[in-house]
Design a protein around this ligand. Structure first.
Ligand SMILES: C[S@@+](CC[C@H](N)C(=O)[O-])C[C@H]1O[C@@H](n2cnc3c(N)ncnc32)[C@H](O)[C@@H]1O
Length: 185
């Protein structure tokens, strides 16, 4: 099977999240990442999920119910996630920037709130915590958010964070980029 960004992010989550972990899905969408976080964190863990699109919140709650999983799903911007968790308390945060397939095409993640949310997430991570980003761009998403996110991440203090940015150099049609961040200090 050909590697893709979602499978790489999911492999990373599988390796990084231990039972009892506190996790955040910053872009709930259809809830697939939220469900994976719930399965990995287990019954002793805790999962929060955010989306600004009511349809996404409904779909995520429905998927969790169908799979017998539990998360706290909020209709709110990920830029506000610090209102829901204490600083340095979170083990893992996942972002899937872009738009909800089949959802409102006018609702896409935007550079300003995405950068605010990344910074909020980095403050919430414990030392040793991780962030995974699937960065969709091109088509209706354009390139502004991708460029802003990459610029922002490359300026993070390397004594505090390690950032691994991957790109599919020979694949056509703007494939999403997997990005992994470790909080070191
Ligand atoms: C690519 S989809 C997420 C897919 C999802 N991870 C899944 O597994 O189905 C991106 C989602 O981000 C949401 N979104 C856009 N801006 C947001 C914001 N400021 N805060 C939280 N979610 C946002 C969109 O509504 C959309 O559902």
């Amino acid at each position: 099977m050909q590697l893709n960004t979602l499978s790489m992010v999911h492999d990373f989550l599988n390796q990084s999240i231990k039972p009892g972990a506190f996790c955040i899905d910053a872009t709930a969408g259809k809830g697939r990442d939220t469900a994976l976080l719930c399965r990995l964190a287990g019954e002793t863990g805790r999962v929060l999920a955010f989306d600004i699109q009511p349809d996404a919140v409904t779909q995520t709650r429905a998927l969790l119910e169908q799979e017998g999983l539990q998360a706290e799903v909020f209709l709110d911007s990920h830029a506000n996630m610090e209102q829901y968790a204490a600083p340095e308390s979170v083990d893992c945060i996942v972002f899937n920037f872009g738009r909800l397939p089949g959802g409102d095409p006018n609702i896409v993640t935007k550079a300003d709130s995405s950068l605010q949310a990344i910074d909020a997430g980095l403050r919430l991570l414990k030392v040793g915590g991780v962030m995974a980003i699937a960065l969709y761009y091109g088509k209706e998403n354009g390139y502004e958010e991708r460029d802003a996110v990459l610029r922002h991440l490359s300026a993070l203090d390397d004594r505090k964070f390690s950032v691994l940015q991957c790109s599919w150099t020979n694949r056509r049609n703007d494939p999403p980029m997997p990005i992994f961040i470790w909080k070191e200090n």
